[in-house]
Write a protein that binds this ligand. Structure first.
Ligand code: MN
Length: 284
């Protein structure tokens, strides 16, 4: 199943190019009272909602996805875990390009482990990335992203994929400079997820997906997730050693070579096999 959040927080099931509004299944969600449970409320109850979403989608008319404004399909992730330098050729380009490394030594993911991006940086495909630091280089990084569906703490690689609800295209927007990654990758609008979530059963093996991004039609990054240094299973196992992964938590798996600047007015077009594609505007 493919599902999205759109317009004024409507929930949609996506079939081909049509979105079927199934928002009323959310009436089943228990009311919340402060302090709310950890995790995203929707993904905490996804197993219960899913069959109802699938049933209802068959009974309501669809309308073109192109006619709605896509929001991030994950509304309230507790955390966004991200992988630094997780493709060899991106490691090589980072070491070669002073505008990326700023004179610092670029180590490997084995040295860095993973890092966190602020959930407040999150937008969907229908929103725009705001690049309003004119004296600084701001790059696109296309990444396979996943959302956790089942709580994970200290899970092994063999069981790791059982904890994934689904996959999305992720853009890990980055301002280059000397500051810590958690600053440079957490500016408002610097995490894009979309266009929808594709449930894990439709993806099967996440470690063999072609993906690419163009900017104003110009090819920029093109790779395959089989080239990940730490694959999806290893990232989940590693992250869950340190912190509990809750339903709704997001993992961004890292970007390949070809990172390059964007500027206001650009349109990024990103595509991942078996997930879909999305266009995202950059504004000033
Ligand atoms: Mn990245």
């Amino acid at each position: 199943m493919r599902f999205c959040r759109f317009d004024d927080d409507r929930l949609g099931v996506v079939v081909d190019d049509l979105v079927h509004d199934v928002t009323s299944v959310l009436d089943r969600l228990p009311p919340l009272r402060w302090p709310v449970p950890r995790g995203d409320h929707f993904f905490n109850h996804f197993a219960d909602l899913r069959p109802r979403m699938e049933e209802m989608a068959k009974t309501v008319e669809g309308r073109p996805v192109s006619s709605v404004r896509l929001l991030s399909p994950v509304a309230n992730p507790g955390k966004i875990v991200a992988a630094p330098v997780n493709y060899q050729l991106h490691l090589d380009e980072s070491r070669a390009d002073k505008q990326i490394n700023f004179g610092g030594q670029v180590k490997t993911i084995d040295d860095y482990g993973v890092f966190l991006k602020a959930p407040s940086s999150l937008i969907g495909a229908g929103d725009a990335v705001v690049a309003d630091w004119p004296d600084r280089r701001i790059d696109h990084e296309i990444e396979l992203a996943l959302v956790i569906g089942k709580k994970a703490f200290r899970v092994g690689e063999a069981d790791a994929l059982d904890h994934v609800a689904g996959y999305m295209i992720g853009l890990d927007m980055t301002i280059r400079g000397t500051e810590d990654r958690s600053f440079r990758k957490s500016l408002d609008t610097f995490t894009v997820l979309g266009p929808h979530v594709v449930t894990a059963d439709e993806i099967g093996d996440p470690d063999n997906l072609d993906f690419e991004i163009t900017v104003d039609g110009e090819p920029r990054q093109k790779s395959n997730t089989s080239l990940l240094i730490w694959n999806v299973r290893r990232l989940i196992a590693y992250a869950s050693k340190a912190y509990t992964l809750y339903p709704g938590d997001v993992i961004m798996t890292g970007t390949p070579e070809g990172v390059a600047p964007v500027a206001p007015g650009n349109v990024m077009h990103a595509r991942i096999d078996r997930i879909g594609e999305m266009s995202v505007r950059v504004t000033g």
